[in-house]
Design a protein around this ligand. Structure first.
Ligand code: DAH
Length: 340
């Protein structure tokens, strides 16, 4: 029986060694140590032995049990460790792989021009104003010194909603709103926003486009202030120390009125295809606020002066980025927008 036990130990060790799963290991445990195991079979024959032999066999059986249990536990740990390692291997993250690209949008070129303008003017102590896009004739024209029947109204073909209401044709009505609100006090504002005109859409015209208005009213405001301010505006947009020049013009709400040219940013004034050889590019309209405009808004025309300007955002963006068709701004083609 001693031999039998030794043989059994050998078999158990060999079989347990080759087990690969916990399930099989449990089955081996039952077959070597369980109620119907070979060990039990040997033990059941103990009753026929002498007391001496029984004691010896009992001891050996016990040793067998301990050894096999140990072997099983070692194997169990081995299988479990292997499973953990396998799992770790499977779930390994390769940190050197390229990451997934997160798609982000970019600022629309018109919005980046507006943001640049806002930053520059906030830096000079201006406030940013907004006004309604559906506007009354009163603010869009009359309070800007453009009474009914004034020929200059013809220059801005309008979308009328009824007799007295229209889509604003420029951002200038915000001047009237701001002055009425300020009740005779100094103002310093810019107002970017959408405007509407009854134009046929082509490469340089759109029925809807954007402008930015500027208005400064106070005591001792001069044309020199206007020139300094607009020079700064040109530097802000074209990122260059470019000169500006005034040409006489006419707007009903300013007197005198000027059209403002900036030195061509491409050829620095030498003359090129962009500036059609002149060295200058027209960028905006401006002037000293007409005393009638100040008076209609309740300001003392003898005490206050002001300057105003209005700039077309699309025009600036087209010049700055070399865009030849205004419609590109509105069709939202990613290939176009991604370039800015
Ligand atoms: N409102 C004018 C337009 O749309 C532009 C303009 C010119 C605005 C002169 C001004 C200004 O404030 O002073 O054509």
């Amino acid at each position: 029986m001693k031999d039998q036990l030794e043989k059994l130990t050998e078999d158990a060790f060999c079989e347990i060694e080759h087990v690969e799963t916990i399930h099989d290991l449990n089955e081996k445990k039952a077959s070597f140590l369980g109620k119907k195991s070979k060990l039990q079979e040997i033990m059941s024959k103990m009753k026929d032995l002498t007391a001496e032999a029984r004691k010896e066999l009992g001891l050996l059986a016990n040793q067998f049990k301990i050894k096999v249990e140990e072997k099983i536990e070692t194997k169990r740990k081995e299988i479990e460790d292997k499973a953990v390692l396998k799992k770790l291997e499977e779930e390994k993250i390769d940190v050197t792989l390229p990451g997934k690209k997160i798609k982000t949008g970019t600022l629309h070129p018109l919005m980046s021009i507006i943001e640049e303008l806002e930053d520059a003017f906030i830096g000079m102590g201006y406030q940013i104003k907004e006004g309604p896009e559906v506007e009354e004739d009163l603010y869009n024209f009359e309070m800007l010194n453009l009474p009914k029947g004034h020929p200059a109204r013809e220059m801005q073909d309008s979308f009328y909603i009824n007799e007295t209401t229209l889509l604003r044709t420029h951002t200038s009505p915000v001047q009237a709103h701001t002055l009425l609100e300020a009740k005779g006090k100094p103002v310093k504002i810019i107002c970017p926003g959408k405007v509407y005109r009854r134009d046929a859409d082509d490469a340089t015209h759109s029925h809807q486009f954007m402008q930015c208005e500027g208005l400064v009213v106070g005591e001792n405001v001069t044309m020199a202030d206007l020139k300094g301010t607009l020079t700064h505006l040109a530097h802000t947009i074209f990122k260059d120390e470019l000169e500006i020049r005034f040409r006489p013009s006419f707007f009903p709400f300013t007197e005198p009125s000027v059209e403002v040219d900036v030195q061509c940013f491409k050829c620095k004034g030498k003359g090129c295809s962009l500036c059609k050889g002149s060295g200058w590019i027209e960028i905006l309209g401006a002037g000293m606020v007409h005393p009638n405009v100040l008076e209609m808004a309740g300001y003392d025309r003898n005490k206050y002066q002001g300057f105003a300007f209005g700039v077309g955002i699309e025009r600036i963006a087209m010049l700055k980025y070399g865009i030849d068709d205004i419609r590109q701004f509105y069709i939202n083609d990613e290939r176009f927008l991604k370039q800015f």
